[in-house]
Structures are given as structure tokens and as C-alpha cells.
Write a protein that binds this ligand. Structure first.
Ligand code: NAD
Ligand code: UDP
Length: 326
């Protein structure tokens, strides 16, 4: 059970999604400790929150033993969002990604369990791999290559889900698992390699938009405000999950590139680049569970979400050059 105004530890809170979570929690009157190593996140993402008396940023790698974590007030909840998340990031940080999914998740679960706090894991649609069932609902077990270049992320999240359920069953920890599908919006890094920041920064600079492979592979993209509403609805509920949090509007990658071209009015061409290894061919969430049990569904249309994201990138040209500490 979540209590009004409680202290929430947001691990990975200086990242793209995490910073929006911190912001929303503070706006709702919670006290927030953001714990982040800044490996793929940035102080810039939370700089506007630092004047808020209820906010604290702790720079820490959560794979460090729990005994070395700084003192902090007892948490009412622990929200675990820490992990490199873009294919470019997790493939340049393969061991770090496995460790934060394994050791980092165990530390976060220990912290929650010691304080009787509710724990939320941000898992991913990548646990479904290159799915043989379509759309994906939570009962599908997935189709993941355990040794391919994406496995460091996919298997770390699958292990993190298993560990979360083990703590729930053996130690009675109050847990929730969200399986987030592709999310986009302000504060993505322009150089994180994901399709939406790539297409937008390419379009804004007049460079060709790089569509991988045939461009017929699909994704279903959710605006960050909607994803955060879904995560917080799950957190406030008494569900364990897993629960899919995503937008069921499925699009081809080529169509997305064309949308970005139309919105930005760029003269950039669309160019083909080699497809990624083990790239899921299609992805679309079945969100029946979130709709019926959480009363949640995305509200932001593609054009609206892309317009806001393009406007943000246009106002933050440094988002492309901004480097993380890795
Ligand atoms: P992000 O890289 O912007 O944020 C991750 C944050 O975790 C960063 O601030 C990073 O510095 C921090 N971090 C990583 N390893 C850490 C460690 N060892 N110790 C402390 N902090 C560490 O990524 P994001 O897109 O905001 O994703 C947030 C979470 O949501 C991730 O767990 C990701 O797997 C999940 N998710 C995101 C998406 C998406 O489309 N954005 C989709 C599915 C799942
Ligand atoms: N992609 C692309 N051009 C790019 C970056 C990515 O066509 O510049 C493709 C990528 O191969 C994949 C899809 O877009 O098919 C989504 O990739 P992203 O990295 O955004 O997310 P994920 O693969 O994790 O869903």
C-alpha cells in the first residue's frame, strides 16, 4: 500500500523515464530520493527538481553492496528503473547491464524488503524477444536468443523478473512488475541510438533518416507522460503483475521515419542502413490487463507526442552532444 507523501526511492531517476517519474511524484507531494550512477542518465534531467525541498539526488552505482549505500530515510516504496535501455547503450555496456539487472535488482529488493516498502520493477517488452505471438500479452513466455547481442538486456530483465517474484514468494515483499514498451519524449539523449531520437536529430540537422533493414519491422510507441501514468497506476494498485505498459498503436519503422519527416518539414531523405542482429520483427502490447485492472490507457496521439518531442529537441540542441559519464 502506498501512503500519501511517503518517501520514494527512485533508482535510475536521473534517466529519461526516471526523471519524469521523479517530477510527477514531487508534484503529487511525495518525497523523492533519486539514486543514479549517471552512467546513461544526466544531472541535467533533474536539475529543475533540485530546488524542491522534497528532492535529493544520490550519485551511486546500485551494484555496490547495500552496506556501502549512504544513509537515507526509510523508504515507503522503491521504484527500480536503473538499467541502460537503448540497444546502443546496453551493447556498449554489456556486463554493467547484466550486473544492474542482477546485483542492482537484488540490492533494490533487499532495501524494499527491510523496510516493508512496495517495490516496482521496470521490466520491458524485450522479455518477449522476437515474439511468436502477436500482439503480446503477459502470459506469453517469449522468444529470446540467450547468447545474442541483445541478450545482456533481455536476460537481465528476465532474471530481474524472476528475482522479484522469488522475493515476493519467499520473503513476502510487496512487488509489482511493469513491462514497458517503446517509450519516447523529451529528455531522451539525441545520441542514444534509438529510432525516435535518431530520426528527430537527423531531420533537424538535414541528415538522412537511417531506416534499418527493410523498415517493415514494427514498434508501438508510447509518449512518456502516458508511460509514467501507467507505471504510477500500477505502483498505487495492489497488483503484482507483470502488466504491459505501452501504446497498442502499431507502426512500421519506415512509417515512423515518414511521420518525423512530415512533422519537421525537413528536406532529409530516408536512407537504408543494415538491419540489427536479432531485431524483433514486430511488437505490439495487448493492454487489456492495464485497461481493466488499472483503468489506464495511453491518451497522447502519435502526432501530438512527436510534435512535443520535436519541439523539445529543437529547444535543446545540446541533447545530441550531451555526453554521459560512461
Ligand atoms: P535511461 O538510460 O535514460 O535511464 C536509466 C537510468 O539508470 C540512467 O539514469 C542510468 O544512469 C541509471 N543507471 C544505470 N545503471 C545504473 C547503476 N548500476 N546504478 C545506478 N544507476 C544506474 O533509460 P530509460 O529509457 O529511462 O529506461 C528506464 C527504465 O525503463 C530501464 O530500466 C529500462 O529498461 C526500462 N524500459 C524503458 C523503455 C523505453 O522505451 N525507454 C522500454 C522498456 C523498458
Ligand atoms: N532503427 C532504425 N533506425 C535507427 C535506429 C533504430 O531503423 O536509426 C530501428 C531498429 O533497428 C529497430 C527499431 O528501429 O527495428 C526500434 O529500435 P530502437 O533502438 O528505437 O528500439 P528497440 O529495438 O529497443 O525496440
Amino acid at each position: 500500500m502506498v501512503s500519501a507523501g511517503e518517501h520514494v526511492v527512485v533508482i535510475g531517476g536521473a534517466g529519461f523515464v526516471g526523471s519524469h517519474v521523479c517530477e510527477r511524484l514531487l508534484r503529487s507531494g511525495y518525497r523523492v530520493t533519486c539514486v543514479d550512477s549517471l552512467v546513461t542518465g544526466s544531472v541535467d534531467n533533474v536539475s529543475a527538481l533540485r530546488h524542491n525541498a522534497g528532492f535529493r539526488l544520490v550519485e551511486l552505482d546500485v551494484t555496490r553492496p547495500l552496506s556501502e549505500w549512504p544513509e537515507m530515510p526509510a523508504p515507503g516504496s522503491v521504484l527500480h528503473l536503473a538499467s541502460p535501455a537503448s540497444p546502443k547503450d546496453y551493447q556498449r555496456l554489456p556486463i554493467e547491464t547484466l550486473r544492474v539487472g542482477a546485483v542492482g535488482t537484488e540490492n533494490a529488493l533487499e532495501l524494499a524488503t527491510r523496510h516493508g516498502a512496495r517495490f516496482l520493477l521496470t521490466s520491458t517488452s524485450e522479455v518477449y524477444g522476437d515474439p511468436a505471438e502477436h500482439p503480446q500479452n503477459e502470459s506469453y513466455w517469449g522468444n529470446v536468443n540467450p547468447i545474442g547481442p541483445r541478450s545482456v538486456y533481455d536476460e537481465a530483465k528476465r532474471y530481474a523478473e524472476a528475482l522479484t517474484m522469488a522475493y515476493h514468494r519467499q520473503r513476502g515483499t510487496d512487488v509489482a512488475i511493469a513491462r514497458i514498451f517503446n517509450t519516447y519524449g523529451p529528455r531522451m539523449r539525441g545520441d542514444d541510438g534509438r529510432m525516435i531520437p535518431n530520426f528527430i536529430t537527423q531531420a533537424l540537422s538535414g541528415a538522412p533518416l537511417t531506416v534499418a533493414g527493410t523498415g517493415t519491422q514494427t514498434r508501438s510507441v508510447c509518449y512518456v507522460d502516458d508511460t509514467v501514468s501507467g507505471l504510477l497506476a500500477l505502483w498505487r494498485s495492489d497488483l503484482t503483475g507483470p502488466v504491459n505498459i505501452g501504446n497498442p498503436h502499431e507502426l512500421t519503422v519506415r512509417h515512423l521515419a515518414e511521420e518525423v519527416r512530415a512533422i519537421t518539414g525537413t528536406a532529409s531523405a530516408i536512407t537504408s542502413v543494415p538491419g540489427a542482429v536479432d531485431d524483433p520483427r514486430r511488437r505490439c502490447p495487448d493492454i487489456t490487463l492495464a485497461r481493466t485492472k488499472l483503468g489506464w490507457e495511453p491518451e497522447t496521439g502519435l502526432r501530438e507526442g512527436l510534435n512535443r518531442t520535436v519541439a523539445w529537441f529543437a529547444r535543446h540542441p545540446g541533447a545530441t552532444a550531451r555526453t554521459s559519464r560512461a
